[in-house]
Design a protein around this ligand. Structure first.
Ligand code: GYE
Length: 333
C-alpha cells in the first residue's frame, strides 16, 4: 500500500518536472527568437463603407491582409452604405476599448458627436480613404488616402490633350459624380473643373449623382442621352463602376464609346482596365485601394504614443490611350 502511494507521488513529481523543464525551454526559445514573439496585442476597430465597387472590395481585402501581416487584431464592421451603421460601429469599438479606430467616412458631415466620444475615451482615430468636415479640433489623428483633387486635375489635363489631338473646338461634357458630400465626389469635381476652367472649348452640360454605383451610372447615362443625344462629346465618371454601367447604355444608343464619346474614369480596377484596353474607355486616373500597409504602420505608431503625419497620399498613375498598355500587369482588384 505504502509503496503504491510512493510510486504515485513519484509519477506526479515526474510529470510536474517535465512540464517545468518544457516551459523553461520554451521560455528560453522565445528569447533566442525575438521575431517569434506573440502578437503585440493591438486591437484595431475598422468601419468600412460597404462593397459598392471593385475598389472598395479591394480596399477591404488589403486592410484584412495587412492586419494579419502586422499581427494586429481586427474588429471589422461593414456599414452597408449607411452612415448610421458607421456611427453605431464606432460606438461599439469605443465600448470594446479598442486601441485604435480607423474608418472610411461615407460622407463628410455628421461625425462630431461620435468622434468626441472616441476622443473622451482616449482612443485615437485614423481617417482612411475619405475626409470629414468639422470645426472641432483634434477629433482625428491623420488621413491616409488619395489626393482626389489631383485625380480630378489629371482627368481634366488628359481631356485637354485629347481635345487638342482630335482638333475639337467645342467639347460638351457630362459628368457622373460619386456620392454627394463625399470627399472623392467633391474633390474630383473641383480638380477637374479647375483644370479645364482656362480652356474655352470646355463646357460641362450637366453633372448627376451616380452614388459610385454601376446601376446608377447606367441611369445617369440614359438621362444624359435623352437630354443631349449626340451633342455629348465626353463622359467624365467619378469611378469605374459607374463607367462600366454607362458604357452599354452608350452602345445601346448606337454610339461607340471611346470614339463617338470620349470616356474618362477613375480607379483602375481590372475590369475597367480590360475595357480601356478594348478602346471603350480612353483614360483611367488611378486611385489605389492599397492603403493597408500605411494604416497598420500608423496604428502601431499611435499605440506606441508616437506622433504621425497629418496626411498620407499614395502615389498614383494615369492609364490612357496615349500609352502602350500591353505591358500593364494584373491589377489585383
Ligand atoms: O473611387 C470608388 C469607391 O472613396 C476612393 O469610393 C473611394 C471611392 C472609389 O466606391 O470606386
Amino acid at each position: 500500500m505504502k509503496n503504491r502511494i510512493r510510486n504515485k507521488i513519484g509519477r506526479t513529481l515526474c510529470v510536474i518536472s517535465i512540464l517545468l523543464i518544457a516551459s523553461l525551454l520554451s521560455a528560453c526559445g522565445k528569447k533566442e527568437n525575438p521575431q517569434e514573439e506573440p502578437d503585440p496585442g493591438i486591437l484595431l476597430g475598422f468601419s468600412q463603407i460597404g462593397s459598392e465597387s471593385a475598389w472598395r472590395v479591394g480596399n477591404t481585402n488589403d486592410i484584412m491582409k495587412k492586419a494579419e501581416e502586422y499581427k494586429i487584431s481586427l474588429m471589422f464592421e461593414d456599414a452597408k452604405q449607411k452612415q448610421e451603421n458607421q456611427i453605431a460601429a464606432i460606438r461599439r469599438f469605443i465600448a470594446y476599448k479598442v486601441d485604435v479606430i480607423a474608418f472610411s467616412p461615407i460622407v463628410e458631415d455628421g461625425w462630431d458627436n461620435v468622434l468626441l466620444e472616441a476622443k473622451n475615451a482616449g482612443i485615437p482615430v485614423i481617417l482612411v480613404d475619405r475626409d470629414i468636415s468639422t470645426e472641432e479640433e483634434g477629433l482625428t489623428t491623420c488621413l491616409i488616402g488619395a489626393d482626389f483633387y489631383q485625380e480630378g486635375v489629371k482627368a481634366g489635363e488628359y481631356l485637354i490633350r485629347k481635345a487638342d489631338s482630335l482638333g475639337l473646338d467645342r467639347v460638351n461634357i457630362v459628368e457622373i459624380t460619386g456620392t454627394v458630400n463625399s470627399t472623392p465626389m467633391r474633390q474630383r469635381q473641383a480638380g477637374f473643373a479647375d483644370a479645364i476652367a482656362g480652356d474655352e472649348r470646355m463646357h460641362v452640360l450637366e453633372s448627376i449623382d451616380g452614388d459610385f454605383i454601376k446601376s446608377r451610372g447606367a441611369e445617369c447615362m440614359k438621362m444624359f442621352l435623352e437630354e443631349y443625344g449626340d451633342e455629348i462629346d465626353v463622359v467624365y465618371s467619378h469611378n469605374d463602376e459607374m463607367t462600366l454601367g454607362a458604357i452599354p447604355v452608350i452602345e445601346e444608343a448606337g454610339l461607340v464609346p471611346g470614339k463617338d464619346i470620349v470616356v474618362i474614369s477613375i480607379d483602375g480596377g481590372q475590369d475597367a482596365i480590360d475595357v480601356l484596353k478594348q478602346g471603350k474607355i480612353n483614360c483611367i486616373v488611378e486611385c489605389t485601394p492599397r492603403l493597408g500597409k500605411e494604416v497598420m504602420e500608423t496604428v502601431i505608431r499611435l499605440k506606441n504614443g508616437e506622433t504621425v503625419e497629418k496626411t498620407i497620399h499614395p502615389d498614383e498613375a494615369v492609364f490612357s490611350d496615349e500609352q502602350d498598355l500591353t505591358k500593364l500587369g494584373p491589377r489585383g482588384y
